[in-house]
Design a protein around this ligand. Structure first.
Ligand code: ANZ
Ligand code: ZN
Length: 867
């Protein structure tokens, strides 16, 4: 066997062995405690890049650590396989999206194996398999039964030229044009499917069972956006029609000088007067060209047009002009507002621009009013009829109560959260299991007919229109109710549906009877650790909480809760860790031109361009193709082996912060593993120390090198254990490096002939096992131990052996012995003086007097001279 460290060879050897022996296969075993670790599954774009390695390898190290600590660990992997890129590739190459997707998956599975992660591949799930997505359909039917899935009109981005809807990423640029043909994109109302997530809004705001990063909770809180206020109706002058408004400031009702409807509001067509029609229609069209974000932008000038209609003020009976304006969204509240320019900034800008009266009704506390603009704070109500004089907080309640007494409305809570629009007018997704029958209307596909599968033969139009719409064999079917002809729904589901419950499918990926096996669930659930990127703070992480709660209310977790009432059953992921992002260097020359990193070399500490030797300025930036700073880990895996790359990711900085990819630091990590290799292999061959097994229980040895060895090993154990528990990987790697340096130094001392030396090497290898699994496995074998290092118990440390040496110091006051203190060997004068002053005996002897002089004999004596 070659003694050179050959990581490629070692990687291959052990990956094959782990596979053969099924080392990471985890089957429920009630005799052992369980640990379910999950990291977000990837989209099969075709390439495993640093963005995948960074979250996965530390989670893998944690999972391996938990295994060694005696837990039965489930660590599965799968693919989030539906979505638009497959469809685009299909259109471009005229192949089935499945072909592209599976080719990518096969490639990525291989790459994931090179990472050496402890995935149980028998449990792999691929969401575009009918065996998976039939359960999306099953859930859809259950949601429909419970009134949690419904159909309603909602705007989509629409290309009038291609006559197709566009996904957000297909709408290009500020001008919002179609990706394919460049035509101006407009909003169009389509009948689409929603999940009623708003029914759970209040419960979703309860974070009490979550051990999650604060910034993710804040993101969810803001996304749900709870506001308290009132909702009530305005009647329209000379008409039976009314419209409702939501306001957070009912106390400003007397300051209303106009009302605004969203341009999409259904009343707009009805109430617009003949003279105003042309202007209103033009405005409605231009509003349909804008994205919601643009409409809400505070930078934007407020615009709108008068409809010609008037509302009636509920308390004063005054005429209130009704406008439409794009700053009012149809999707929030009621889609209509009462406008109070004196106390709302947007209303103020609008009123100023169109010459509408601004009527103050809240008197700020002295000195708080702004010099110009709206006063948005609280104060005392003025110009408000019977309410004048009330503090505004009280006024809110009083006005709401009066509105209620008059039968116009009531206090109300509004959420920014909207129902989840799950319809996509795309082909590569789960078909929504619904039918349209002329006689019976909307009819759910009977459960026993699931799955509704995607067609094999597909033909994409160049417009990108969904082939499901064009396929009569898919579309035409019979109605299960009346037996008449019916059409299938051609919308597919948002892929976030797939990822909302995938954690349960890993338990029994091939179960044909139900989405997951409750017996497996009793053992494995809930997920103990979930890790993934903060970019999923809201959508995925909110949708899965919603899904989980619906599943709970369907009774799917009842037997699980009964078996383990102590576990959390109201949340899918009680504990979440969210890692930072990997950045990398971008090198620019003096003109600011980006130099590809393959053309960069270091001249000492200075980056230079390889040929011209021109000095370059490095900056740390997010990886992006256009800047050419995307790092392909494969290149490094091929050169240094997987362990180096794994360890580098852990070493880069605190996991929650991320950090820059740094080729020089990669080399540093490679050198470290190389040193560990020589240290262990040379000792394993040479010294003639017999194998003692890893149990070797140590007693405190008095020889100084042995003590140094013991102390270093046990201190490292204590540190590494704590760091792995807290995901503090960078400090863990540092501790391992320090230990290996100490061993390096002790290598030339007689300690190498003791059983403790061998034990130290074994413990080093055990500590490395979670992070550098291949190298550790090889060294474990070379130390003469039985396969596998990953099945060894995690070594315990001894506080006694980890303790620093201490010495006894005699403390005198004015030369008289007063106390004896234990202090760490090598403690400095200041430390010893502090310890002495803290002693009661010493304090008693000093009797409150000042220390005038200190005499210190290191390691022996401290004399305090007082007076
Ligand atoms: C009158 C008023 C007076 C308001 C005032 C504010 C201050 P949050 O806090 O985000 O819930 N609003 C209501 N529906 C809207 C919609 N569909 N599009 C745009 N704006 C809408 O915001 C609630 C406030 O936003 C509401 O309270 C309403 O303006 C506006 F001195 O009503 B307010
Ligand atoms: Zn029918």
């Amino acid at each position: 066997m070659p003694d050179r460290y050959d990581p490629q060879e070692i990687d291959r050897k052990w990956q094959a062995r782990w596979e053969e022996t099924g080392l990471y296969q985890a089957d429920a075993d009630p005799a052992r405690p369980k640990y379910y670790a999950l990291t977000m599954y990837p989209y099969p774009s075709g390439d495993i890049h640093v963005g995948h390695w960074y979250p996965m390898t530390p989670t893998d190290a944690h999972a391996r650590f938990m295994r060694m600590k005696g837990y039965h660990v489930l660590y599965p992997m799968g693919f989030d396989a539906f979505g638009l890129p497959a469809e685009n590739a299909a259109i471009k190459r005229n192949i089935h999206p499945r072909t592209w997707t599976y080719a990518n998956i096969r490639r990525m599975e291989q790459q994931l194996r090179t990472m050496g992660a402890a995935f149980d591949w028998r449990r792999e799930i691929i969401t575009c398999d009918p065996e998976y997505y039939r359960w999306n359909q099953w859930f859809f039917l259950k949601f429909f039964e419970k009134g949690l899935a419904y159909r309603a009109f909602a705007p989509v981005d629409w290309c009038p030229e291609c006559s197709t809807t566009l996904a957000r990423e297909q709408v290009i640029g500020q001008d919002r044009v179609c990706e394919r043909c460049g035509t101006a994109v407009v909003k169009k109302e389509l009948n689409q499917w929603f999940f009623r997530i708003t029914r759970y809004a209040e419960e979703l705001l309860d974070f009490s069972k979550l051990d999650w990063p604060e910034k993710i909770l804040t993101a969810q809180r803001n996304w749900i956006g709870r506001s308290e206020g009132a909702e009530f109706a305005f009647s329209l002058k000379g008409s039976e029609e009314t419209f409702r408004v939501f306001t957070t400031r009912p106390d400003t009702l007397f300051g209303v000088t106009f009302c605004v409807l969203a341009p999409e509001h259904p009343l707009v067509q009805k109430i617009t007067t003949k003279e105003r029609r042309a202007d209103v229609e033009a405005y409605v069209y231009q509003a349909s060209r804008q994205s919601e974000t643009d409409r809400l932008s505070t930078e934007k000038e407020r615009t709108g047009v008068f409809t010609g209609a008037y509302a009636v003020h509920p308390f004063t009976g005054e005429d209130i002009p009704v406008y439409i304006a794009d700053y009012v969204l149809m999707t929030y509240g009621t889609g209509a507002i009462m406008a109070v320019p004196a106390h709302d900034e947007r209303d103020f800008d609008f009123a100023t621009k169109y010459g509408i009266e601004i009527r103050p009704v809240i008197q700020p506390a002295e000195g708080e009013a702004p010099a110009a603009g709206a006063y948005t704070g609280t104060g005392v109500m003025i110009n408000s009829g019977e309410f004048t004089g009330l503090p505004s907080d009280e006024g809110k309640r009083a006005v709401a109560t009066e509105l209620e007494r008059r039968g116009l409305g009531a206090a109300a809570v509004n959420y920014r959260l909207r129902d989840w629009l799950v319809s996509r007018q795309r082909m590569w997704g789960t078909p929504i299991p619904m039918l349209h029958c002329e006689g019976c209307g909307i009819v759910p596909v009977p459960e026993e007919q699931l799955p509704v599968t995607l067609p094999e033969a597909v033909e994409f139009r160049p417009t990108g229109e969904s082939p499901l719409k064009l396929d009569p064999r898919f579309r035409n079917t019979t109605c299960p109710k009346c037996g008449g002809p019916a059409e299938r729904e051609t919308d597919t589901m948002d892929t976030f549906v797939d990822s909302s419950w995938y954690q349960y499918r890993f338990l029994a990926p091939h179960d044909a009877e139900r989405p997951f096996d409750p017996e497996e669930g009793q053992y494995w659930l809930p997920v103990d650790l979930y890790s993934g990127g903060a970019e999923h703070a809201v959508m995925h992480l909110l949708y899965t909480r919603f899904f989980h709660k619906v599943m709970r209310d369907m009774g799917l977790f009842d037997s699980l809760r009964e078996a383990h009432p102590e576990r959390v059953w109201d949340e899918p992921f009680p504990r979440l860790f969210s890692q930072g992002v990997i950045t990398s260097f971008v090198y620019r020359n003096a003109e600011g031109r980006i130099i590809p990193y393959t053309d960069v070399e270091y001249d000492g500490e200075t980056p230079v361009q390889k040929e011209s030797r021109e000095t370059l300025v490095p900056t740390v930036e997010k990886m992006s193709k256009s800047k050419g700073n995307v790092v392909a880990p494969d290149e490094y895996v091929n050169r240094y082996g997987a362990d180096v790359v794994r360890l580098f990711f852990m070493f880069i900085g605190p996991w929650e912060q991320g950090g820059p990819w740094n080729p020089r630091a990669v080399e540093g990590v490679a050198r470290f593993l190389g040193r560990v290799w020589s240290l262990v292999t040379e000792s394993a061959q040479g010294s003639g120390v017999s194998s003692q097994g890893s149990e070797g229980s140590w007693t405190r040895d008095q020889r100084p090198e042995t003590r140094d060895l013991q102390r270093s090993v046990h201190q490292a154990l204590r540190k590494v254990t704590g760091d792995l528990e807290r995901f503090s990987y960078n400090t863990m790697v540092a501790a391992l490096m320090e230990l290996s340096n100490t061993l390096q130094k002790l290598r030339s001392t007689p300690v190498v002939n003791t059983p403790e030396w061998r034990d130290a090497l074994e413990k080093l290898v055990l500590m490395l096992a979670p992070s550098a699994p291949h190298l550790a496995e090889e060294l474990w074998e070379r130390l003469g131990n039985a396969y596998s290092v990953h099945s060894q118990p995690w070594p315990a440390w001894s506080e006694e052996l980890a303790a620093e040496e201490s010495v006894e110091i005699v403390v005198q006051v004015n030369g008289k012995l007063r106390d004896r203190l234990q202090v760490p060997a090598g403690a400095d004068e200041e430390t010893v003086r502090q310890a002495a002053l803290a002693s009661e005996k010493v304090a008693g002897a000093m009797d409150g007097k000042q220390v005038r002089k200190v005499i210190y004999v290191p390691g022996k004596l401290l004399n305090l001279v007082i007076g």
